[in-house]
Design a protein around this ligand. Structure first.
Ligand SMILES: C[S@@+](CC[C@H](N)C(=O)[O-])C[C@H]1O[C@@H](n2cnc3c(N)ncnc32)[C@H](O)[C@@H]1O
Length: 233
């Protein structure tokens, strides 16, 4: 029997949402490019690479991908990503001491138990390699909005009247999320003996204004609606 994954059936909607929220996408893309840095001659793994949308703005021939949803992954493959395995990261074995960078761009927000997954990823990194986690923090305005939408089962509620972006993230995908706070992820990594961290953020404006113009990346994690943790092994 074919398992239905969270993003099956949403690949086109996911990409269209970013294309319609072009300035929000540009802000997230700037953060992605900043934390990835120079990718040439590096071995890189994207966990939950989705449709490979962000990777289509870099030399994606250096990126290997893991993705549970065939709908998403088949688009990534068309865009040039080498999907090494279709499946959940929880179920996939990774080789030890192999990668320079492993990143989760938005995928930690769909994973319940982060500890074993980050432990596995750290083992697969070379010494000095980087585990990069980009996500909407649970504690951000975006996190609150998604959790409120999830619990109300709609964004069209009087509590949210005149507060919402024109085209909010699809409710089904917001509701499927297991939103984690940034400090929850930092604490998991600290338990796994990681001591060296860098933090960057974007989407500082409240969600209803986020798509007005692209934002710059700033250091830190306490204000942004999209935050990157860069953890060095
Ligand atoms: C928000 S999307 C991000 C996709 C892509 N990284 C991007 O930035 O456009 C989250 C992705 O994580 C994938 N995902 C969800 N649970 C996963 C898991 N347990 N292991 C690996 N990927 C997972 C989903 O299928 C989806 O493609």
């Amino acid at each position: 029997m074919k398992i239905k994954h969270k993003f099956d059936g949403y690949a086109a909607i996911y990409d269209e949402w970013f294309m319609e929220n072009e300035n929000l996408f540009m802000s997230e893309l700037k953060l992605f490019l900043k934390v990835l840095g120079n990718t040439s001659n590096k071995r890189i793994l994207s966990v939950g690479c989705g449709s490979g949308l962000f990777e289509s703005y870099i030399d994606n021939t250096v990126v290997e991908g893991i993705e549970p949803s065939m709908d998403m992954g088949s688009i990534a493959e068309k865009r040039g990503i080498n999907i090494i395995k279709y499946g959940l990261i929880e179920d996939i074995e990774l080789p030890d001491n192999t990668y320079d960078i492993i990143y989760f761009n938005g995928s930690s927000s769909y994973i319940e138990n982060l500890m074993p997954v980050y432990e596995k990823s750290l083992a697969a990194l070379k010494k000095g390699g980087k585990l990069i986690l980009l996500d909407v923090p649970k504690e951000s305005a975006f996190g609150f909005m998604y959790l409120l939408g999830k619990s109300l089962k709609t964004y069209n509620h009087e509590f949210l009247e005149n507060t919402m972006p024109k085209l909010p993230y699809p409710l089904a995908l917001a509701s499927a999320g297991i939103w984690h706070s940034t400090e929850e992820k930092i604490n998991v990594l600290k338990c796994l003996d990681i001591e060296k961290f860098l933090f960057y953020q974007t989407l500082i404006k409240n969600p209803m204004y986020t798509n007005e113009e692209p934002e710059e990346v700033s250091e830190g994690y306490k204000s942004g609606g999209y935050v990157a943790i860069v953890a060095e092994k």
